[in-house]
Write a protein that binds this ligand. Structure first.
Ligand SMILES: CC(C)(COP(=O)(O)OP(=O)(O)OC[C@H]1O[C@@H](n2cnc3c(N)ncnc32)[C@H](O)[C@@H]1OP(=O)(O)O)[C@@H](O)C(=O)NCCC(=O)NCCS
Length: 172
């Protein structure tokens, strides 16, 4: 399949089981999988913290999903959001699905309005969306290059990130 034969829309209740399966399946082969990624999406939703939940759909199948949730950033005032988990079905990866999901989500966040977005992830992937290492932006002992921010205004994210409680969930 090419990267163009899919559409992006907000998740609906009848997508939730597929989103869980997809998320677990996407992360399972990665060296950084915790096994909790699908559970994190469930917990964010249960807690009312799934600000944005977008799916990529091809031939009536869910092939990708991205979650955005509220986050706090140190003492920074403003409305910050966390990106993730983001998942693309293993057989559909590297066809532009993840990029379209992330770009669509960031466009929607900008309209909320929001101060910006933060995440823990690969600089080589997220740099293409404008995320950068930000001076003073931290998350525990995670190396600084993996702690990234994208400010939508002149206010930079500075301080320790606190993600929504759903990120601390354990598998049931
Ligand atoms: C990461 C992920 C969401 C990217 O989505 P995708 O649809 O495969 O990626 P896209 O087609 O939009 O972009 C492809 C590019 O991303 C790069 N890429 C994909 N996964 C990457 C990763 N984990 N780290 C760094 N780069 C990555 C590819 O090498 C490719 O680079 P290129 O454009 O320079 O050739 C998807 O690969 C995935 O679900 N991975 C497993 C779960 C995961 O790791 N989630 C993110 C955790 S931070």
């Amino acid at each position: 399949m090419t990267g163009d034969v899919f559409s992006i829309r907000e998740a609906r209740p009848d997508d939730y089981a597929a989103i869980f399966d997809l998320t677990q399946r996407a992360f399972a082969p990665t060296p950084y999988a915790s096994g909790t990624e699908g559970h994190i999406v469930l917990a964010l939703r249960d807690d009312g913290d799934l600000t944005l939940s977008l799916v990529a759909v091809a031939a009536d199948q869910i092939i990708g999903h991205v979650a955005f949730s509220p986050a706090t950033v140190g003492e920074t005032n403003g409305a910050w959001y966390a990106l993730g988990p983001v998942s693309v079905a293993p057989e559909q990866q590297k066809t532009g699905v993840g990029s379209r999901l992330i770009t669509a989500g960031l466009d929607q966040l900008r309209g909320l309005p929001a101060s910006g977005c933060v995440l823990i992830g690969s600089p080589s992937y997220y740099g293409r969306f404008g995320f950068t290492r930000c001076d003073g932006l931290t998350y525990g002992t995670v190396p600084a290059e993996y702690v990234q921010g994208l400010a939508f205004t002149s206010m930079s994210p500075v301080g320790e990130i606190t993600f929504a409680p759903g990120f601390d969930v354990q598998p049931k």
